[in-house]
Design a protein around this ligand. Structure first.
Ligand SMILES: [Zn+2]
Length: 221
């Protein structure tokens, strides 16, 4: 099965759905902005000078607790056939930026569509099987998440993922499989778009956000 080249990544295509652009480019921009509020960025003030002027004791306490929960969450991720443990501590800032960036981009996308005319139409994913072109029809909100995940699309065996984790224990970035699944399972917006049953692997009842908790409105999903 082959995904048509450029289907999700051609940002200049006329008539391209906003959801595809926001899912891919918006999430990446959100990720980078979010680094200003990770466990290193948070110790700098608005001018980039090391200091904690803007963070009160309550914020610090909640932030530190959520960071620990993120470390534990990623440290407990598993993949069938793989045995190497994820290092939740060295990867925490990248993982926090993934979750926050995706959430920011999704909210920005919903806000844009509210302003310009509501939901976008769904789209058939053009997958080629042999000589036939066919594929599932996804809603615009589902396409947002597929577009995000597409930038990490890769094929690994469990052994390769083990090797990647074991060879560089200090790498701040996780293998793509863990980056995508580990972040999306913390977003109820993703679960709502795909109707993931509550308590399933991608929709656990306990979700962890460092930034944005309590305000992610998914009405209409
Ligand atoms: Zn990053």
């Amino acid at each position: 099965m082959v995904l048509f080249p450029g289907f999700l990544s051609d940002l200049s295509e006329p008539g391209r759905l906003d959801g595809l652009t926001y899912g891919l480019l918006g999430s990446l921009i959100g990720h980078e902005i979010s680094h200003a509020f990770d466990s290193e960025g948070i110790s700098r003030n608005g001018d980039g000078i090391v200091g904690e002027q803007w963070r009160d004791d309550v914020t610090k306490k909640v932030f530190d607790r959520q960071v620990r929960r993120i470390e534990e969450h990623y440290g407990n991720l598993t993949l069938e056939g793989a045995f190497a443990k994820v290092n939740g501590t060295t990867t925490r800032n990248e993982n926090m930026a993934d979750i926050t960036g995706e959430l920011l981009a999704y909210r920005a996308y919903l806000r844009l569509r509210e302003k310009v005319g509501g939901e976008e139409p769904g789209l058939q994913i053009p997958l080629q099987t042999g000589n036939r072109v066919q594929g599932p029809v996804l809603s615009a909100r589902q396409l947002f998440w597929v577009s995000y995940a597409s930038c990490y699309c890769s094929a690994y065996s469990p052994e390769m993922i083990d090797a990647e984790l074991l060879l560089d224990r200090d790498d701040a970035h996780l293998p793509n499989y863990y980056r995508v699944t580990g972040s999306l399972m913390n977003l109820k917006e993703f679960a709502a778009a795909f109707s993931c049953p509550s308590g399933s692997y991608m929709n656990p009842t306990q979700k962890i956000l460092v930034w944005g908790s309590g305000t992610n409105d998914v009405q209409g999903d």
